[in-house]
Design a protein around this ligand. Structure first.
Ligand code: SAH
Length: 244
């Protein structure tokens, strides 16, 4: 649930960057934009760069200070192009997204982006509970601010998709007894169709066990596999019956 995650842009100089950030946000299902003392806003340039995400610009809140923007948040993640020597808890964009999504059902979360020229001041960083740095070329680490918004917004979207996609229910996964039944059947079938001899059977079965356990098949998938084995065995014995 990303709808309690707020993007805060501090004293952005270029209105085009505000528009591009709004576009990036809307692409990734974020909607709450707060602008701290922007140089020029509202502005046609922002609207043009928003390219259809003008609803986000229209609902953007303009405030006078970072403190005002984040007053109701417990988790405030400052995005920094530089790795600072001061020890704020530093998270990756992926960890920042996980942190934000874990908090969002309880309280709003802010991700804060600094000025194009000088980033965030130390006083502003003091208001942050965490820092996020997007890994970059160490000799060229500063992204355009709207692109930095895009990266974090994307991570939030992916984390949200992961959180809401149901994983296979453990109820469906084949039990140990079903797996053992399958392995016994497989060994027998491989023997009957002349694929294995006793000498190589144990080693091969160990590798096949590893392969099928890695796949964590569901009960009905095991039934399909056993159906295939039975068919192969039947065909073999039919051929045998026909004098093959
Ligand atoms: N010259 C500034 C860079 C500003 S870039 C400086 O040295 O701090 C504008 C904003 O984009 C930054 O304040 C930060 O919020 C964001 N940003 C740019 N690159 C980033 C990166 N690699 N990781 C995290 N945020 C980044």
């Amino acid at each position: 649930m990303t709808n309690n995650v707020r993007i805060v842009m501090v004293q952005t100089s270029h209105p085009g960057n505000i528009g591009a950030a709004a576009r990036a946000m809307k692409n990734m299902c974020l909607s709450e934009l707060v602008l701290v003392d922007p140089k020029r806003f509202p502005c046609d340039e922002a609207t043009v760069r928003a390219s259809g995400a003008d609803d986000l610009l229209a609902s953007a809140r303009v405030v006078g200070s970072l403190a005002d923007a984040i007053a109701d948040c417990r988790i405030v993640i400052g995005a920094s192009a530089r790795l600072r020597s001061v020890s704020w808890p530093l998270v990756t964009p992926r960890e920042a997204a996980a942190l934000a999504l874990a908090e969002a059902p309880t309280a709003p979360v802010s991700i804060v982006f600094g000025r194009e020229s000088s980033g965030l001041s130390n006083d502003e960083l003091d208001l942050c509970t965490h820092l996020v740095h997007i890994p970059t070329n160490p000799e060229y680490s500063s992204l355009n601010v709207a692109m930095a918004v895009q990266v974090l917004a994307y991570e939030l979207m992916v984390a949200d998709i992961d959180a809401t996609t149901p994983t296979e229910s453990m109820e469906d996964v084949a039990s140990n007894a079903e797996m053992e039944g399958f392995f016994g059947h497989l060994e027998q079938a491989l023997d009957e169709i002349g694929f294995t001899d006793e000498r190589r059977s144990a080693k091969l079965m160990r590798r096949l066990r590893r392969l099928f356990h890695r796949a964590t098949p569901a009960s009905d998938e095991i039934n399909i596999l056993r159906g295939i084995l039975s068919a192969a065995q039947g065909r073999k014995s039919m051929r045998r019956d026909a004098g093959d």
